[in-house]
Design a protein. Structure first.
Lengths: 473, 484
């Protein structure tokens, strides 16, 4: 085990879910043909001036509140000046001095113990254009130029790759649930930069920054590999250099991009084209009130409704399912049954067909009717498997589907009794087992009943009848 | 040659309304005059074909406003759709904008006709228009002299009566100083009065577009149509519509006017001081209260201006990198080479000097030492004016320290151009409105201007005093006729 302690800080860039860009009226759209979504401003055209996307400010405010930040009531924007082809104005509009949120935190759970990761600040900025290099040519796509971003900067509060990954998972889920970003790392709408240093004592070592890591898993791998690289250097007596690196997926190592020059000089100054922005108490209160239910609250609520820790977590891992589940919070239903259906057969169907709940006909009313049928035992969970596809793809009600498919729930006592009597006759060994008090015998016999009735037997009725019949033996 | 363009706008308006002349008459006359005075070099690009076409199109339309069919010149740092806009720079020599600035749309809305784009200092950086890539414009009063800057072409064009109106822009005196040098009326309105959308930025927190004209009344007429909040410019301010001519005939008796001692100190030449004294005496005789006051920090304004304007300029001009538009070297070795040589060859010396100084001033710790500090003192200047306007209606002084000097006189001293603007720069720092009114001539018969500064959004009051003086001084301000 290494004698070095890792210290990790993380910067996350997240694209906000807006219709238009941060400072122009161009569409904010991923995956459109190159250079379709732009206005003159996005090209840095002479004479143009930035506007403010008010909804982006609301989303950033919501994110800041979700991360328990203090809010800058009076904020302005700054220019970060540098030359690069993907930066059309020659500066990026950002918030250097008055980030919208400061001093926040995110709670994670490490080996069952809570840990607080402090958020240094969260600020609003604009994305750059995208460069594509092909052979001797470079191409620029300005669709991304000016897309609203928030950058979330932690304090160096993490000490292992696990903690870093847990933080990112938690942050991602917070931002998803606050509905501020779709947080798709693979599409670049969430991007992670990781600062790593190692040290044998309380003093902090020299850190390196590994930029733009493509997945949360790779963040973990990058931290491990970078810490190892630094350790080797230190053991050889070589000083660590402050530098920017990237993670190479193929070699599973970090690779040097550039050594940080002394005093990286972005010549920040207040953006004169955008007046100071004042966030009123009322606006902040409104955004707080309209905050969607966040993951921790959801989990507590689900457990209070009787869901297991595992089911609650699984639901929360899938936001559309959790949102759907939340539609029923005020209803008087069997929540465990609802959660089992959503996490079981329905998830299975959605995964198999690559659909979302939105693509199905599963309205709230239809779900309530399904739950009612199950509750009444007019259908069985086995029946659900048989009728689900049709139920999710058409508007037919359950009774119609059952009739058409010949699915029936045998609740006819006489018919069931006959079937059970036959099974008992054919399985004298199991009857003996039962009489000797072996529990599995009844399970086996129930299985036989279900097999015989193709799953249509009303299970509790069948069990009652079976036990009754066995006692007679 | 017809002489309609020597008439007042109201007279021309009547002639148009009664169909005695058409807009085409005026447009043709303007181009004839420009041709005749080509040596003034007032224009960079003429809009001849389009202007004539537009004038013809107006012939069958109703003359629905007083500016209908009137020719106007536009400074070449204001974008005009389809009409080359160079900022007097090699960098934008071939640049044809795809959109109209908001002010240009407003000119079109009342059917004014853009005659051409006027000469200026490159990217408005200078006070003589000599930094123009297209060579300096000349002063119509003495063609050996500068027309001032940076709106030197606009000033020369109006002064020489080539056009009755021009648009200028004023970052540190660029409307008022050339107006003073050429004997015309130039107004820099309150910051935020007029949309900057389409004004190619020099120093965003100081830049303001404004009207330049032959007299006070016409200046107010043009301002009437230029103002208003613009959804394209967050720094433009919402104000109720007002008629800037409304106070022109009001009495000035009892008006309280302050002259900062600094404005009549040793930095100002004797003959200008004497002229200002005469004006003051006259005003007093007419019942205006004139007091000499101390306005702290005015002497710091030029230093602050250099820091703030050059800092902002270094950032505003970063976009000219040879990639998307503007001058680009052929066959660059690599990206670095494309950047360096395009900017090296595309920008002139003064622009490069200001970019370098501005970059230095914002660099690392310097930003705190210079830029932040400058902004603090800028606030102090604002407060100092605010305090003064509690007791006074207007502040006056000379617009310039000397009359227009000879071409090439100040070219070796990079600081001279800033010192020319020492009296006008404080107004930009405070975002206040300021205007020039011609009040007389020097011994060498060069125009001398009075600088009138108003409180925020009180342009109408400035026009009131200006019109009162104009009426009583009754100067002949047409250089062709000698000017008495």
């Amino acid at each position: 085990m290494s004698t070095y302690q890792k210290t990790i800080g993380i910067e996350v860039h997240c694209e906000l879910k807006t219709n238009t860009k941060m400072f122009s009226s161009a569409k904010n759209g991923y995956g459109d043909s190159a250079n379709c979504n732009l206005t003159l401003l996005d090209l840095g055209y002479p004479g143009t001036l930035p506007l403010i996307n008010d909804y982006a400010v609301t989303l950033a405010l919501r994110a800041a509140l979700a991360l328990h930040c203090e809010i800058h009531r009076e904020m302005y924007f700054d220019r970060k000046n540098y030359f690069y082809p993907d930066l059309p104005k020659g500066y990026q509009i950002t918030q250097a001095k008055t980030p919208i949120g400061i001093n926040g935190y995110v709670e994670i759970e490490v080996d069952g113990k809570p840990k607080t990761i402090r958020i240094h600040d969260i600020h609003i900025e604009e994305d750059t254009a995208k460069s594509v290099h092909q052979g001797n040519h470079s191409y620029l796509d300005f669709n991304r130029a000016g897309v609203p971003l928030i950058e979330i900067v932690t304090e160096p509060d993490m000490n292992s790759s696990e903690e870093a990954m847990l933080y990112l998972e938690k942050l991602r889920s917070l931002l998803l649930y606050a509905d501020v970003s779709d947080c798709k790392i693979e599409e670049g709408s969430m991007r992670c930069d990781v600062n790593v240093s190692i040290s044998k004592d309380d003093t902090l070592g020299v850190r390196t920054e590994t930029k733009n890591i493509g997945s949360i898993r790779n963040v973990g791998l990058a931290i491990e590999s970078e810490a190892l690289r630094q350790e080797k250097l230190l053991e050889e007596g070589i000083a660590i250099q402050e530098e920017t690196r990237r993670y190479d997926d193929a070699s599973k190592e970090t690779v040097l991009m550039r050594v940080k020059e002394i005093g990286n000089d972005y010549r920040y100054f207040p953006e004169p084209d955008i007046p100071k922005l004042c966030l009123s108490e009322e606006r902040i209160r409104k955004v707080q009130e309209q905050m969607p239910m966040l993951p921790d609250d959801r989990k507590a609520r689900y457990q209070a409704l009787g869901l297991s820790d595992l089911s609650s977590s699984k639901l929360i891992q899938n936001k559309p399912l959790s949102d759907y589940f939340n539609l029923f919070l005020e209803d008087d239903i069997d929540f465990v049954m609802l959660s089992n259906l959503l996490l079981g057969d329905i998830s299975f169907y959605l995964n198999r067909t690559m659909k979302t709940l939105m693509d199905t006909t599963l309205t709230k009313e239809r779900m309530l009717s399904l739950l009612q049928h199950l509750y009444d035992q007019t259908i069985t969970t086995k029946n659900v498997k048989d009728l689900l596809e049709e139920f999710l793809e058409t508007d037919k009600d359950i009774d119609t589907i059952c009739k058409e498919k010949g699915i029936q729930n045998i609740s006819d006592t006489t018919l069931l009794s006959t079937i059970i009597k036959n099974i008992i006759e054919q399985n004298p060994e199991s009857v003996k087992d039962y009489q000797q008090g072996r529990d599995r015998a009844i399970k086996y016999l129930m299985g036989q009943v279900m097999k015989e009735t193709k799953g249509s037997a009303n299970p509790s009725l069948a069990r009652d009848l079976l036990e009754e019949e066995l006692k007679k033996q | 040659m017809s002489k309609y363009l020597d008439h007042s706008i109201l007279e021309i308006h009547e002639l148009l309304k009664s169909k005695q002349i058409t807009p085409l008459t005026l447009v043709k006359e303007a181009f004839e005059r420009i041709e005749e005075e080509a040596s003034l070099n007032a224009f960079i690009t003429l809009n001849k074909e389009a202007a004539i076409k537009e004038a013809k199109a107006l012939e069958n339309m109703e003359v629905d406003n007083v500016l209908f069919g009137i020719p106007i010149a536009v400074k070449d740092n204001i974008t005009t759709k389809g009409l080359r806009t160079t900022c007097a720079s090699k960098m934008l020599e071939q640049f044809v904008p795809v959109y109209d600035a908001t002010v240009v749309e407003k000119l079109h809305d009342c059917h004014m006709i853009i005659i051409g784009k006027t000469n200026m200092d490159e990217f408005a950086m200078g006070s003589t228009s000599e930094t123009s890539y297209f060579k300096a414009p000349h002063n119509p009063w003495d063609t050996e002299r500068i027309a001032g800057g940076s709106s030197g072409g606009s000033a020369a064009a109006v002064a020489a009566r080539l056009v009755p109106f021009a648009l200028g822009s004023d970052t540190g005196g660029s409307i008022r100083q050339p107006s003073s040098y050429t004997g015309i009326v130039g107004m820099k309105p309150t910051y935020g009065r007029i949309s900057r959308y389409g004004l190619i930025a020099f120093a965003s927190s100081l830049d303001q577009i404004g009207p330049m004209s032959r007299n006070v009344y016409e200046n107010a007429l043009l301002l009437n149509i230029l103002v208003g909040q613009d959804r394209h410019d967050l720094t433009s301010v919402a104000k109720d519509p007002e008629d800037f001519t409304r106070l022109l005939d009001n009495d000035v008796r009892g008006m309280k006017v302050a002259i900062p001692n600094y404005f009549v100190s040793d930095i100002v030449s004797d003959e200008i001081k004497e002229k200002i004294d005469e004006v003051v005496k006259f005003l007093k005789s007419q019942g205006v209260i004139v007091d000499y006051v101390d306005l702290p920090y005015l002497d710091k304004a030029v230093t602050l201006y250099q820091i703030i304007a050059m800092g902002e300029a270094s950032s505003n001009l970063a976009r000219f990198d040879g990639i998307r538009y503007g001058y680009a070297v052929e066959d660059p070795k690599d990206l670095e080479d494309l950047y360096c040589r395009s900017r090296q060859e595309g920008f002139g010396d003064e622009v490069k000097r200001r970019i370098m100084v501005g970059s230095y001033l914002l660099s690392g710790e310097n930003a705190k030492v210079y830029y932040t500090k400058a902004q603090q003192i800028r606030d102090d200047i604002c407060k100092s004016f605010e305090q003064c306007f509690k007791d006074y209606d207007l502040v006056i002084g000379p617009t310039t320290t000397t009359v227009a000097y000879h071409l090439n006189e100040g070219m070796d001293d990079p600081l001279k151009s800033f010192l020319d603007d020492v009296l006008v720069i404080p107004v930009n720092m405070a975002g206040l409105p300021g205007m020039n009114l011609p009040v007389g001539f020097s011994k060498e018969h060069m125009p001398i201007g009075l600088h009138i500064i108003g409180n925020y959004f009180e342009e109408a009051k400035m026009y009131q005093l200006a019109r009162f003086l104009e009426k009583n001084l009754a100067l002949d301000l047409n250089p062709k006729e000698g000017g008495k």
